[in-house]
Design a protein around this ligand. Structure first.
Ligand code: 7TS
Length: 408
């Protein structure tokens, strides 16, 4: 399928915003949804809606099949060992919190270490910060190189025999860095630590195989990979999940309840207290079918092409500073245009129908490391074209002229 055909499958892209055809360059925040995902959710509510794992009636079993069927798709998509290893969550944030609360707090003792990097999204930073505070563990950071990448020598140095957990993003949502998580996982495990991978920005774009990465935990958000909001997942190695206590108690997750004690269901339901996000899971299953029908390798190739083209065009704009490495990067470009505030850049672009993100991107420590308060960011997905990039560049040139006085 070519990009023009792919675009036809995304109804939202075919509209005017502020009198201009929409150019959507904010997929790192959330991706748009193809018609097959929208239809799957609609179909579920129109035909199958019911609660899962409860009633014996037909709709109940259809809903349960749809929900568990979506889990099976995710198991295959990630190459997890079994359905027990894939827990539905609200997204990456709640998956990381589940590990930081359900696992880290029970294994970390005073003086143990949790290792992360300064490029982490707040969702992969604050849960560890709080787990460290609660347990007396020390939070340590793998240092960044000037271009924002990390070196395996530094990983080797930072992780010690006292390290219990290492948690690193696969792809940075600001720098576009693709971290060597497989190699980091090997180092972590050699030293006796568990490896957590924040897969929010990798899963939509790269072929992921959790067994090949050999990470202990992996997280993802459905809404960044063409699925609905409110659904995501935690992959965990079975033995570790067995060890962990649930963090949410209530319906759906119990086996036997007495007045003064209770027992839990088996994996994965032990971690899925309450009525789950059934329609979201169904939508995520449809998103996986969609991504597989295009092919993750093809998506990756397409994004690399668009990003290389955008970087080349941006290099012609004087005073436009791009952050992160020049090569080997993911499909997003974070930048500043001289001293123009990124919110002003995004506002001018929005007036031309171009959606980019501006702000700290939930990475305040990284902003301080970059010595900026905020940046602008254009992020690409399978539906973006070179024409989108041309529109972006033309508007950036206009913005530069408009704010000429602010540029050195
Ligand atoms: N980790 C990374 C690397 C992210 O980019 C994000 C969201 C999250 C975790 C949290 O994901 P959630 O689905 O639980 O919210 N990143 C962004 C972004 O860059 N702009 O908006 C959200």
């Amino acid at each position: 399928m070519n990009t023009k055909e792919i675009r036809q499958l995304f109804p939202i892209l075919h509209q005017e915003v502020n009198g201009h055809p929409l150019v959507y360059l904010d997929s790192a925040a959330t991706s748009q949804k193809p018609v097959s995902v929208i239809e799957a959710v609609k179909h579920y509510y129109e035909r199958d809606n019911s609660n899962v794992h409860r009633g014996v009636h037909t709709l109940g079993s259809r809903a349960t099949d749809a929900y568990e069927g979506a889990r099976e798709k995710l198991v295959r998509f990630l190459n997890a060992g079994s359905a027990e290893e894939v827990i539905f969550t609200r997204g990456t944030t709640s998956a990381l919190n589940l590990v930081a609360t359900g696992y880290a707090r029970s294994v970390c003792r005073e003086g143990d270490e949790i290792v992360i990097t300064p490029m982490e999204h707040h969702s992969n930073l604050i849960p560890w910060q709080q787990a460290a505070k609660a347990t007396g563990a020390v939070l340590k950071y793998i240092p960044l190189q000037e271009d924002g990448t990390i070196r395996l020598e530094d990983v080797e140095q930072t992780i010690t025999e006292r390290t219990k957990i290492v948690s690193v993003t696969y792809v940075s949502n600001v720098l576009g860095v693709v971290n060597p998580v497989k190699e980091i996982a090997a180092i972590a495990q050699r030293k006796g630590a568990k490896m957590v991978v924040d897969g929010a920005q990798s899963t939509p774009h790269l072929k992921v195989d959790v067994q090949d990465l050999d990470c202990d935990f992996y997280t993802l958000s459905g809404h960044k990979m063409c699925g609905p909001t409110g659904i995501g997942a935690l992959y965990g190695k079975r033995a570790l999940l067995e060890e962990m206590d649930p963090i949410e108690y209530g319906g759906e997750m119990i086996d036997h309840v007495d007045l003064y004690d209770s027992t839990w269901k088996d994996l994965p339901w032990k971690f899925e207290g309450g009525t789950p996000i059934i329609a979201g899971a169904v939508g995520l299953g449809a998103a996986i079918d969609f991504l597989e029908s295009i092919g993750l390798d093809e998506i990756d190739r397409h994004e690399k092409r668009i990003t290389a083209y955008a970087l080349e065009r941006m290099s012609d704009i004087k005073d436009l500073n791009v952050y992160g490495p020049r090569s080997d990067r993911a499909g997003l470009i974070t930048f500043n245009l001289g001293d123009v505030h990124p919110h002003d850049v995004a506002t001018v672009l929005d007036a031309e129908g171009i959606a980019i993100r501006a702000g700290h991107h939930c990475c305040q420590p990284l902003m301080r490391w970059l010595q900026v308060s905020a940046t602008a960011r254009a992020s690409f997905y399978l539906y973006n074209t070179e024409e989108d990039v041309d529109r972006l560049i033309a508007s950036l040139i206009k913005t530069k002229e408009y704010f000429g006085h602010a540029i050195g």
